[in-house]
Ligand binder design. Structure first.
Ligand code: HEM
Length: 167
């Protein structure tokens, strides 16, 4: 008997979309740093913002299909069992989402403002130092988000999910 569902299918497709956003941001972040011209740094930052703008939809769809997975898993009778892997996963998901919606855009906007000031010839004297500091914060942000995402995937796959498998 098949044990999947279209809801679960969509859950995994959206997960794929999240990974796509992560990989694109890593590549573009690298490009921003090696790019010499400030106008082009600003341009790449704009592309990063456009790619990241799919994030609220990803979060909403993961929450809806995640809830759908729970309905499929536990049925409609309450109370639902409280599985530890899933409780931890949901807490990590909330932290990951809050970071993605508030911290990430904030960090990106602050750096974009600095880059714009250089492009408009009104940069502060210690612009290189400030740029390096922004970069450091963004690296740390990306690292934390990656660790959170990996933890969520590990919990999903090695937690007591529907597809334990033998390999
Ligand atoms: C970034 C966020 C998320 C990612 C990357 C993610 C990823 C995954 C993956 C890879 C699986 C498949 C596990 C397997 O069977 O091998 C899964 C299953 C599951 N997910 Fe998520 N998920 C996320 C968010 C959520 C949320 C927010 C919920 C709950 C509200 C949720 C509930 C579930 C449930 C209940 C299953 C097990 C389905 C079953 O075995 O019937 N997920 N998730």
């Amino acid at each position: 008997m098949m044990t999947g569902s279209f809801n679960f299918f969509l859950h995994l497709i959206v997960f794929g979309s999240v990974v796509g956003v992560f990989v694109s941001l890593y590549i573009l972040e690298y490009k921003t740093r090696i790019e010499k011209e400030w106008e082009r740094k600003l341009f790449i930052g704009g592309i990063m913002r456009t790619i990241a703008s799919i994030t609220p939809f990803n979060i909403l769809l993961l929450a809806i299909t995640g809830f759908g997975n729970m309905v499929n898993r536990y049925g409609l009778n309450s109370p639902w069992p409280q599985e530890q892997w899933l409780m931890v996963k949901i807490v990590l998901f909330v932290i990951l989402s809050a970071n993605a919606l508030y911290v990430g855009p904030h960090l990106n906007m602050n750096r974009a403002r600095l880059i714009k000031s250089v492009a408009e010839n009104s940069a502060p004297v210690d612009v290189d130092k400030q740029f390096a500091l922004h970069n450091k914060k963004i690296s740390l942000f990306l690292l934390i988000q990656t660790v959170l995402l990996l933890a969520i995937v590990l919990l999903s796959v090695f937690g007591d999910g529907k597809h334990p498998g033998i390999f």
